[in-house]
Design a protein. Sequence first.
Lengths: 306, 150
Amino acid sequence: MAKKKDIVSIREFTKEEIIDLLKLAEKIDNMPEKDRLKLLQGKKLATLFFEPSTRTRLSFESSMQGLGGSVIGFADANTSSTQKGESLKDTVKTVERYADVIAMRHSLEGAARLAAESVGIPVINGGDGANQHPTQTFLDMYTILKLKGKIDGLVIGFAGDMKFGRTVHSLAVALSHFNVKLYFISPESLKMPSQFLEEIKEKGTKYVETENITEAIPNLDILYATRIQKERFHDLAEYEKAKGFYRINKKLMESAKKDLKVMHPLPRVDEIDYDLDDTPYAVYFEQLANGIPVRQALLCRVLGVL
Amino acid sequence: MEKDDVKMAVTALKEGTVIDHIPAGKLFKVVDIMNLYEYKKTLRMGMYLNSKTYGKKDLLKIEDRYLTQEEANRIALIAPNATINIIKDWKVAKKIKVSLPDVITGLKCANPRCITRHDHIKTKFIVMDKKTLKVRCHYCEHVFEKEEII
């Protein structure tokens, strides 16, 4: 029997596998709807969201329905047997009997790995604590590729929370397979952890750490902004200091390349002014929409279709 | 004194395991990593014993328990030069070589948000660098220095 496929961590993907998946997403993106609707007909996706999420869960459900499949599941742990004290292992082993594939989010790190090892059906990680969120990384990569037509040769800046932001960590690791230069723009208290810097350095990726977004902007092809996450701070005074660290607005864009694209995994608070939304720089809603073909590609791949 | 130490090292165990050449002062780390606090049989311990090779050393004898290779490898993190002898009927029945494996099991993950701290599962760490002893938790993917997990 072939080994089942799971999508648990971006670390498990080679450059070729990443490119292959992005190509598959593009193929699905360009497919007529009637053909797409036949791809996963009769298949069931279980969305197990032990931790609430709006975008990821709805995107998974919409993706599955767009492929002709159906969806079961729960949107928060209070409506599952977890509340009665059931272990994660038992929950997924139960769900395995009802569905063909699981997409899950959990507040504990490593939960998706444990689930994947416990069941015979594929598991897709929709976020495990501060660890991994591989489907977000794939959609970020797809967005960059779609906008720029390439990944090699780009200069990509990350701004905001480098310390706790799992989207930044995963994307930086994925990008380090390519010939890119990275900027990490953050206040001192939210710098990129050394383990990730070492990991990308080992792959030969050049990077710059800076606190000055104005100086970094003219160099960038992509600016990936992230929210300063209030919930991660033990000391609210530290949060107050960090939160106004940067603001992306039309004025900042004056020194940017004309074709700079600003991405954001959303939700945003006040790091991007609303007046940027209508400019060609803003691509965050387009980025969000790319979650559909990318998750469809991942669903098809783990279920052995396409 | 040295004579007594040697005597203690080689005798007085009918069945079980002798772990010798533990770095001086690290004995309780071994007890900890082997989870021997709950072991209800005799443990014999020697600390800061004289050693020709290392100057000072610790030594541990575990009665009626034969260490597996997997357990011996776990000890490699603390005592890379340990000598492990399996004793049967007063004699050395087997010598286990301690070597740092690519994967270490059974240690507690230091990340309180790791699933292994909440669900009942065996932990697993991937050794990333045998020189610096950096390991990555197979589940939460956190990277730890040796001191953080033992």
